[in-house]
Design a protein around this ligand. Structure first.
Ligand SMILES: Cc1cc2nc3c(=O)[nH]c(=O)nc-3n(C[C@H](O)[C@H](O)[C@H](O)COP(=O)(O)O)c2cc1C
Ligand SMILES: C=C(O[C@@H]1CC(C(=O)O)=C[C@@H](OP(=O)(O)O)[C@H]1O)C(=O)O
Length: 381
C-alpha cells in the first residue's frame, strides 16, 4: 500500500476529518478543485433538506505549504454546518434526544446496535451515514491532482435512474462533459433527465425512493497499473471493492462484464499496433482492464445504487427496546442520490488509480515519479 488514509466524523457532529499519507512532495493542489468536487457532490435532483444547510469546503491543516505537498501526512476537515442544530444531541461532549430504537430496514441500525451493544441506533447511524463521503471526495480530489499531473482524467455520468437506463460505452467527449456538469441529474441528455425527474417526483409523491447506476471513466492511463499476481493486487478487484465501499452501492461492473450471454467473439477486444498509437484496440468491451491491469484503453466501471432506504412512508420494523412491531423512524431524507454517488465514485476510483500509479512509479518527490513514468513509456513503445 502506497497511499493510505483514515477518516473520522459523525453526520451531525462538529465535522469530518481525514488524514492521508503517501503523496509525493512537490505536487501542486488547487484548493478550488477540491471545493469544486465537494460542491458537485452536494448537487443532484432528488436530494433532501440537508444539502440546503451545508456548503462543504475543505480546510487543510497539514501536509502542504503554499498549496504544494511536502511529503508529510495531509490533514483536512470539512465542518458540519448542521451541527449547530445538533449540539446538545450529537457531540463528543453531549448526548441527548430521544433514543433511536425504531431501526430502519436497509440501514446499519439493527446489526450495528446489536454488534456494538448500543441501545441507541443513533450511535450507529451517525457514522454509517453517507455524510462521510464528503471527506472521501476531498481525498479523491487529492488523488485527481496527482493523476492530472500525469495527464489522467477521471469523469462520470449517471446511466440509469430506476428502471430507465441510458447506457453509454465510451467516456463523454468535451461537449458531453460540459452538459453533464450543467445537468441536475449528471447526464448529457436533457430528454432523459426530464424522464428521470418525473420518476423521482413520482416516488417522492408516494413517500418512496429510487436508485440507479452510474459509470466512472478514466482516460490517459498507461498500460500496466495493477497486477495479475495476487487477487488483492488486481486493479479490477480493488476498483469493484472501492465502489461497493460507498454507502448504498450494491454491485459494480468492469466494462461489459455482466454481458456474459455474449459469445467470446463479441466479448473480447482484438489487439492492434502501429508506431504512432502504440498498442490499441478497435473496441473496449473490457473497460480498460485485463488480467487485473490497465490495458491502455479508457477505464469504464459501473456502480449500481439501491433506492434510498429511509422513506417518508416507512417499512415495518421492530423496536430495539421493546422487540415490538413498529414502523421505521423518519427524520428527513434524500429521495434519490445517484448523481451525488457518481461524484463519490469518481473519488474512490481516482484514489485506487493514484495508489496503483504510485505503486508502479512511486518516489518521494514528483520529479522521481516523472522520471519513472518517462523511462517506462520509452521501454514499452
Ligand atoms: C450520497 C449519498 C446520499 C445518501 N443519502 C441518504 C439519505 O438521505 N437517506 C438514507 O436513508 N440513505 C442515504 N444514503 C444511503 C445510506 O447511507 C446507506 O444505504 C446506509 O448507510 C446503509 O448502507 P448500505 O446501503 O451500503 O448497506 C445515501 C448514500 C449516498 C452515497
Ligand atoms: C449529509 C449528507 O447526506 C446524508 C446521508 C444520509 C444517510 O443516511 O446516508 C442521510 C441524510 O442525512 P440527514 O439525516 O442529516 O438529512 C443525508 O442528507 C451528505 O451527503 O452530505
Amino acid at each position: 500500500m502506497t497511499l493510505r488514509y483514515l477518516t473520522a466524523g459523525e453526520s451531525h457532529g462538529p465535522g469530518l476529518v481525514a488524514i492521508a499519507e503517501g503523496f509525493p512532495a512537490g505536487l501542486t493542489v488547487a484548493f478550488e478543485a477540491v471545493d469544486r468536487d465537494l460542491r458537485r457532490r452536494q448537487k443532484g435532483y432528488g436530494r433532501g433538506g440537508r444539502m440546503k444547510i451545508e456548503t462543504d469546503q475543505a480546510q487543510f491543516l497539514a501536509g502542504l505549504r503554499g498549496g504544494v505537498t511536502t511529503g508529510a501526512p495531509i490533514a483536512l476537515v470539512v465542518w458540519n454546518k448542521d451541527h449547530e442544530n445538533w449540539k446538545e444531541l450529537v457531540s463528543p461532549y453531549a448526548r441527548g434526544g430521544r433514543k433511536f430504537t425504531q431501526v430502519r430496514p436497509g440501514h446499519a441500525d439493527l446489526a450495528g446496535a446489536l454488534k456494538y451493544d448500543l441501545d441507541d441506533a443513533r450511535d450507529v447511524l451517525e457514522r454509517a451515514s453517507a455524510r462521510s463521503t464528503a471527506t472521501i471526495v476531498a481525498l479523491g480530489a487529492l488523488a485527481k491532482a496527482l493523476l492530472g499531473r500525469f495527464g489522467i482524467q477521471v469523469s462520470s455520468r449517471v446511466v440509469a435512474i430506476g428502471p430507465r437506463a441510458r447506457l453509454a460505452d465510451a467516456p463523454p467527449d468535451g461537449a458531453q462533459k460540459l452538459a453533464i456538469e450543467a445537468s441536475d441529474l449528471h447526464v448529457d441528455d436533457e430528454a432523459v433527465a426530464a424522464e428521470w425527474r418525473a420518476l423521482i417526483d413520482a416516488e417522492k409523491a408516494r413517500g418512496g425512493s429510487i436508485g440507479g447506476a452510474f459509470d466512472v471513466y478514466a482516460e490517459g492511463l498507461p498500460i500496466g497499473l495493477g497486477s495479475h499476481v495476487h487477487p488483492d493486487r488486481r486493479l479490477d478487484s480493488r476498483l469493484v471493492g472501492a465502489l461497493c465501499g460507498i454507502q448504498a452501492i450494491r454491485a459494480a461492473e468492469v466494462g461489459d462484464g455482466t454481458q456474459v450471454g455474449r459469445p467470446g467473439y463479441e466479448f473480447h477486444d482484438p489487439i492492434h499496433y502501429d508506431p504512432a498509437r502504440g498498442f490499441h484496440r478497435p473496441s473496449n468491451r473490457a473497460g480498460g482492464l485485463e488480467g487485473g491491469m490497465t490495458d491502455g484503453m479508457p477505464l469504464r466501471v459501473r456502480a449500481y445504487m439501491k433506492p434510498i432506504p429511509t422513506m417518508l412512508h416507512p417499512l415495518d420494523t421492530v423496536d430495539l427496546a421493546t422487540r415490538e412491531a413498529t414502523q421505521a423512524r423518519y427524520e428527513r431524507s434524500d429521495v434519490c442520490a445517484v448523481p451525488a454517488a457518481a461524484i463519490v465514485g469518481e473519488a474512490v476510483v481516482a484514489w485506487e488509480l493514484a495508489n496503483a500509479f504510485l505503486e508502479k512509479f512511486g518516489g518521494d518527490a514528483i520529479a522521481d515519479v516523472e522520471k519513472a513514468v518517462e523511462a517506462y513509456a520509452a521501454r514499452i513503445r
